[in-house]
Write a protein that binds this ligand. Sequence first.
Ligand code: FES
Length: 418
Amino acid sequence: MSSRISAQKLLHGVSGNSTSRLVLPTLSHLSRQFATPVPPVTQNATGSKGPTAMVFLNMGGPSKTDDVGDFLSRLFSDGDLIPLGRLQGYLGPLLSKRRTPMIKKQYAAIGGGSPIRKWSEYQCAEMCKILDSISPETAPHKPYVAFRYANPLTEEMYAQLFADGFGNGKGGRAVAFTQYPQYSCSTTGSSLNELWKWRQRLEGKKVDETGAGAINWSVIDRWPAHSGLVEAFAQNIEAKLVEYPEERRKDVILLFSAHSLPMSVVNRGDPYPAEVAATVYAVMKRLNFSNQYRLCWQSQVGPSAWLGPQTATTVEQYVAKGQKDMVLIPIAFTSDHIETLYELDHEVIGESGHTDTIKRADSLNGSPVFIEALADIAKTHMSSGMACSKQMGLRCPSCKSERCLESKKFFAGQQANL
Ligand code: FES
């Protein structure tokens, strides 16, 4: 972006590294002219490529029970997540309306809302602090969160980027960092398609084909076997195993649980099942294969075929075989939300009849090891000079989505601006 630095950009502090004495008087002059000046993104003294916006992508969750209806309505309208074909516009609202009262009760049971926003904002802010110190060349790093189905939505995040001095003719760099460690077209793919859509709507028409003056995006699209992620999971498992008497500990079964996918998505060639398995294997390797383990799948919705075995059934069946000591490990979520706090804790464990011997490993939440891992992943990405992974360019063998095609083309094309 340095080749496109203009006086206008410097006024807003998006680029440049030794301009503070020139910029500040100008900004104070502007603030006298306008009632609400654009908050500047200021460059620190040592940086050369910053500031950098670090944008965490995730599905999100309703912060309060009154938000459940809107959350479900967005979720069931998303054909990338729940493919209902031509009936999406009709069946989506119907399904969300039907499920809202039940899901409201579930959120009420876990304290009235999802903690995912709190954890995402905390993790991103803490990661940015570490990045400021280990990656001064891209500092300062500014934290943002963009959820697919809850506030802050992608468009809200984009508006905040503009308000903070990115884009709108001023350029600047942003990193879209998926918080799904394992890539699925229905999760990360959906978030990226949404980000691409809003980028086209909000910036596409204002810039030429080189994208000069628009935000330069790059993407961290998967990190299923990063050593820090693996270490954070392993530590939480070890902490849970210690709760069992020593003579029983080695015979506890580890049940890794990930959100399931419709078989139509799996058979389309989605990479998620293989990447989740990669995480599980890496964690077990780190644990020296100390215990027997299985990977199972949760949160199936509706009557169509989904990837199994289901977590709840797996627990029931092992109990029926006489196995009462089990640790459930949410392996595809980076913080607590309804699938851990309600589905695993209340339903699977709570209704098992063995709440004293069937336990759940803590979610990653505020784990310092995990947050260090996030910083390491981000730093490695920013110094790689890559707009996204090579793998992201390969579409599912039977993908027919124009949105996938265009969004992947766009993000890969950002390479030219890095
Ligand atoms: Fe996988 Fe389009 S559905 S790339």
